[in-house]
Design a protein. Structure first.
Length: 406
């Protein structure tokens, strides 16, 4: 299957200026084109998949900027996921790297474990910490959310349909207030919202090369959403993964599920609003996420729904196509590059002179907020759906900013 996609690459180089690691280091093997050369050489038997080769695949953020820029339509997303699965099977990790990766996947897919880990991290900030574990502690956000989302939220007025809400893992543990806002907005605009019991969608596992683990999570999730017309997702990394389940799992049921998946900004942009929007006089920097902009081909998917809010001034930071460095577990296993990218994004957000910034992916919110805290300028960090929710509920700009995470 890898050979099927590598043969599409004509090595034109259009991907080079879009790739964050190439932009940082100017090394051919740390570009999409260079990695495809390595994939071909491995398949030919010219090189072995050893630690040195695996390092170049590890340095890829999986941001998919190369996918949206490729004139030949190379499916680099599928290439890197398949190759990373081979890396995990064939390359022996160092003790430290293997320990950190194993720890992450014993915690991140399980919200209750994540909450415990966040509490421990808050204590750990003041303590000496092994070098490998320091990024875990530093990244742990200082905010907490514990909003309960009802199993069923009835539609306001005549129902437009029954939709399921993906509650997520990081989203449920760290951004449960975003889930609650999503359910309120969808219900106010006429959808019955159900939140069935569910586990991890498998996105983090698949992106890190733990392919069979990710597939198992995904199959259980498909079972959980059998009786809904659409599956609404407010975490763009999860959304891009779920839209690819037909390819990943290779069966008709998964393909049918994938066709039902909608990013919440995408759905609201396609749906005439029902609930009145009240003024929200506020300047917000809308930082696009890679998995919306490149993987799902939905740049600024929230822009239409945000444009309906009176008084809201939405601006774009520079370098929208450049990844912030979060990228699943990247900011833990590649902390130096991730920090450089995060600081660059934070500087671009600050340059807009906005009162807050918004992003539709939890990893982006955590990563850029950390960069902003390093500048001693922690802006309020919001998911776009929270702006829509505040407008519908007539919360007002002042109370919204005071209660926002930083």
């Amino acid at each position: 299957m890898i050979r099927e996609y590598t043969s599409d690459c004509v090595h034109c180089g259009f991907c080079l200026p879009t790739c964050p690691t190439y932009v940082l280091w100017q090394e051919e093997m740390d570009s999409p084109r260079g990695r495809i050369h390595l994939m071909d050489a491995r398949l030919d038997g010219t090189i072995a998949l050893n630690t040195t080769v695996a390092t170049h695949f590890d340095r890829c953020l999986g941001c998919m900027a190369c996918v949206s820029s490729c004139p030949s339509g190379v499916r680099y997303d599928r290439l890197i996921e398949s190759t990373r699965a081979a890396v995990e099977q064939e390359v022996l990790r160092s003790v430290g790297d293997g320990f950190v990766r194993g720890l992450l996947f014993r915690v991140l897919p399980y919200p209750w474990r994540m909450r415990v880990a966040l509490d421990l991290a808050a204590v750990g900030r003041a303590l000496p910490m092994p070098r490998r574990l320091r990024p875990l502690v530093d990244l742990a956000p200082p905010w907490r959310a514990n909003d309960a989302v009802p199993r069923v939220t009835p539609a306001s007025g005549t129902s437009r349909g029954r939709v399921g809400l993906l509650s997520g893992c990081v989203q449920r543990a760290v951004f449960s207030d975003v889930n609650a806002a999503t359910a309120r907005v969808l219900a106010a605009d006429g959808f019955e919202v159900v939140v069935p019991p569910q586990g991890c969608c498998g996105a983090l596992s698949v992106h890190a090369g733990r392919l069979e683990e990710g597939k198992a999570f995904a199959r259980r999730l498909v079972d959980a959403f059998d009786d809904v017309e659409l599956v609404v997702v407010n975490s763009s990394g999860c959304g891009s993964h779920l839209k690819e389940l037909g390819w990943l799992l290779g069966d008709e049921r998964a393909a049918t599920f994938a066709e039902k998946v909608r990013d919440v900004g995408e759905l609201l942009g396609q749906t005439p609003p029902r609930a009145p929007r009240h003024p929200l006089p506020l300047k917000v920097a809308l930082q696009d996420s890679c998995h919306l902009r490149h993987a799902q081909r939905l740049p600024l998917s929230s822009r239409v729904s945000l444009a309906r809010i009176p008084g809201l001034d939405v601006v774009e930071p520079d370098e929208q196509d450049l990844c912030c460095g979060s990228a699943g577990i990247y900011n833990v296993v590649q902390p130096t590059a991730a920090r450089e990218l995060g600081d660059r994004k934070a500087a671009n957000v600050l340059a807009t002179r906005s009162q807050a910034y918004a992003s539709a992916n939890p990893g982006c919110l955590v990563q850029i907020s950390q960069g902003l805290r390093r500048t001693a300028s922690p802006l309020p960090a919001l998911h776009p759906i929270e702006l829509v929710d505040a407008s519908i509920r007539n919360v007002g700009a002042g109370p919204l900013l005071r209660s926002a995470r930083r």
